[in-house]
Design a protein around this ligand. Structure first.
Ligand SMILES: Cc1cc2nc3c(=O)[nH]c(=O)nc-3n(C[C@H](O)[C@H](O)[C@H](O)COP(=O)(O)OP(=O)(O)OC[C@H]3O[C@@H](n4cnc5c(N)ncnc54)[C@H](O)[C@@H]3O)c2cc1C
Length: 396
């Protein structure tokens, strides 16, 4: 078995892993970034929406190479078809650009490479190495060749289905109600508004929503997320998405170019994201927005924090849980409040029937609300249906 040694081994070259690798390598650490697939960013498992504001905050310079379409805003569609249009600055974290994720992810991995990280493709992490209970690295398999990689710290960036976090010892269990089952068709020859991301609410997507994210030239990502507990035999994500596609006249001549299936977590992050010599970032730490299902921004941000903290830990020669806790605190300070609030609000939204959702969208239309965010939505519901919100006073 080939034996390798490094300061940090990062498992998974998605946005979270690449950002962690980039920042750790920039700080002078030796970094191995393992990716099990043959191509970074493919196959696609994303609707590819991100806000411009967030890219700026991350210091990621927009590049036309990985931008598929530039959005002017979003349209919220009520169950009976009322449409509420809002401009891009008020449309939330998943509206701004629709990306070419396979190119975006490669661009981030390239940044990690330029910073000095070594990228190992078709290299699947198969387990963690523990000695006397201490995590000292990972086992991997590179195109049939077994590897033993020793590292001072292991970073789990292996996405929603993360095994590395569980192998390391974190409790990654999740309730079915805190998962959405997603299906998406990349469609061509359709007739949708080219510069607006569309979100369709209500029983057409139980516990979740349908989306149309345009990609220019009559193409769009048309997808759905359905709450895990609401998926039934014969009424799953495919059933609801096909119904929507068949019934919307704008999509009737469309052809499917690509099918994307995957899960997103809709809970507020893992209770622990660090252990001795270990941390988890992005989807592996369940840092997805429970309302929107968006996780690119959180993956990048947590990856960046992780890389920065690893550099500090290396200076002190201390990768203990106590030292890595700084990372856990950083991501919690920046996003935990919102994750928890949206998690509670998601529960509430999932109980609203179509009539109430129609009323809410109409009320937003009539109100002076400029920004559709969770707080404003809940406030509208509270004004119209005070009884419904009585148990949610804390959120206000
Ligand atoms: C249908 C769908 C639509 C979505 N739409 C949006 C959206 O519009 N906007 C948004 O912000 N978010 C969206 N998301 C969520 C978003 O895709 C994720 O939050 C984001 O990709 C998380 O990045 P990550 O780096 O944590 O994980 P990932 O991007 O999942 O990367 C994990 C990487 O680890 C690799 N890996 C896994 N196991 C191993 C192993 N054992 N060894 C080596 N490599 C391994 C994988 O191959 C993968 O490359 C969507 C998700 C789904 C499923």
């Amino acid at each position: 078995m080939q034996k390798l040694q490094c300061d940090v081994v990062v498992v998974g070259a998605g946005p979270g892993g690449s950002m962690a690798a980039k920042y750790a390598a920039e700080g002078g650490l030796s970094v191995l970034l393992l990716e099990k697939k043959a191509e970074i960013g493919a196959p696609l498992r994303c609707a590819e929406g991100v806000s411009k504001k967030w890219l700026k905050e991350m210091g990621i310079e927009p590049d036309p190479k990985w931008i598929s379409a530039d959005m002017d805003g979003a349209i919220i569609v009520s169950p009976s078809g009322h449409r509420f249009k809002l401009d891009e600055s008020h449309a939330g974290n998943e509206v701004g650009y629709v990306l070419e994720r396979h190119l975006f992810d490669k661009a981030l991995a390239e940044m990690a490479a330029v910073a000095g990280a070594t990228i190992m493709m078709r290299t699947s992490c198969t387990g963690v190495i523990k000695e006397d209970g201490k995590l000292v690295g990972v086992y991997a398999n590179r195109m049939g060749e077994p590897l033993e990689i020793r590292a001072k710290c292991v970073v789990a960036a292996d996405g929603f289905e993360s095994q590395v976090s569980r192998w390391a010892g974190l409790d990654t269990s999740i309730d079915l109600k805190d998962m959405d089952s997603c299906l998406q068709y990349r469609m061509a020859n359709i007739d949708v508004e080219p510069n607006y991301c569309e979100f369709v609410l209500g029983s057409a997507a139980p516990g979740g929503y349908l989306w149309i994210f345009p990609k220019g030239n009559g193409r769009a990502n048309v997808g759905i997320g359905v709450q895990g507990t609401k998926c039934k035999r014969g009424a799953d994500a495919k059933y609801y998405l096909d119904k929507f596609v068949n019934e919307d006249p704008r999509l009737k001549d469309g052809q499917i170019l690509e099918i994307v299936a995957g899960g997103v977590s809709t809970c507020p992050g893992l209770d622990d994201t660090v252990l001795d010599n270990f941390l988890a970032v992005g989807d592996a730490a369940r840092l997805i927005d429970p309302i929107t299902g968006g996780g690119i921004a959180h993956a990048c941000q947590s990856g960046m924090y992780a890389g920065q903290v690893l550099v500090d830990c290396a200076k002190e020669g201390d990768f203990s849980k106590a030292a890595l806790q700084v990372y856990d605190t950083m991501w919690r300070d920046s996003m935990e409040d919102k994750l928890v609030r949206n998690w509670i609000a998601k529960e509430k939204f999932a109980t609203l029937d179509d009539k109430i959702l129609d009323d809410v969208v109409l009320a937003i239309n009539d109100s002076d609300i400029k920004e559709v965010n969770v707080y404003n939505l809940l406030k509208v519901i509270k004004d119209k249906y005070p009884d419904l919100m009585s148990e949610m006073e804390d959120l206000f």
